[in-house]
Design a protein around this ligand. Structure first.
Ligand SMILES: [Zn+2]
Ligand SMILES: [Zn+2]
Length: 240
């Protein structure tokens, strides 16, 4: 299966990533992608771009295409409260193309209650201009969720969930976690976006572990993938 848009990537504006937008674009071109989402971390983390950066993105300062690669602006926003608040104001993120939400450490959010985390994530999903969840319930972060409740909510609000190649590279435990998630996506017909979550240009467009995992499922799971081609991806983000 071919993937035309890398939906979750980082640049050097995220303090723990290593490459510039231009370097990421050059690799995207080399590996045959058509589009790239810029999803640096939301500003509540100390190693994230400033709010001024997101204002510039939202003002459409960047060209729509760089070296033939379509640029989708966005943010990997942090969930910061039980009400589902995120760390960018709506008047900024509503002008970005692809907004994903997640729990991360080093943010104002703090709770190890599964019930509270689930509620917080669902409250965020309900909001307009939120397109999907990055690494839902990733056990790497100390914020457990009820995965089935979250996937059900993604179905109710027509939001997508991520199959994150970077997480899959960690091995068996993570592969099994994502298998469970994919089974729930099939059950509730939830859309999936495949991403590299690259923090270095050389990992842009790396989807091999995600595709290998999808190949273990019935072929109809591929119908749920929104970034197989750029047209389907654009259709998905514009509808929200
Ligand atoms: Zn993340
Ligand atoms: Zn990320």
């Amino acid at each position: 299966m071919k993937i035309e848009v890398d939906t979750h990537t980082h640049t050097i504006l995220t303090g723990h990533a290593f490459s510039t937008i231009i370097e990421n674009v050059q690799i995207a071109k080399k590996v045959g992608l058509k589009g790239l989402c810029l999803t640096d971390h939301g500003p509540s983390r100390p190693d994230s771009p400033s709010i001024e950066y997101f204002k510039m993105l939202a003002s459409r300062y960047l060209p729509d295409e760089i070296e033939g690669i379509k640029i989708f602006t966005g943010c990997e926003m942090n969930i910061i409260s039980e009400d589902g608040d995120v760390d960018l104001p709506l008047n900024i993120y509503k002008n970005l193309d692809f907004n994903i939400i997640a729990f991360h450490n080093q943010t104002p959010y703090s709770s190890n209650s599964k019930g509270k985390n689930t509620k917080s994530m669902i409250n965020t999903l309900k909001k307009e201009n939120i397109n999907g969840i990055a690494h839902p319930g990733d056990p790497y972060f100390p914020y457990p969720i009820d995965l089935e409740d979250v996937i059900k909510a993604a179905s109710d609000y027509d939001k997508a969930v991520e199959l994150n190649n970077n997480v899959l590279k960690r091995g068996e435990y993570w592969i099994n976690y994502y298998k469970e998630m994919l089974n729930l996506c099939l059950k509730y017909k939830v859309k999936i976006f495949i991403s590299s979550d690259a923090h270095l240009a050389y990992y842009i467009g790396e989807f091999i572990d995600a595709i290998r995992l999808l190949d273990e499922f019935d072929s109809n799971i591929k119908e749920l993938v929104i970034n197989k081609n750029i047209e389907d991806f654009e259709k998905f983000i514009k509808k929200i």
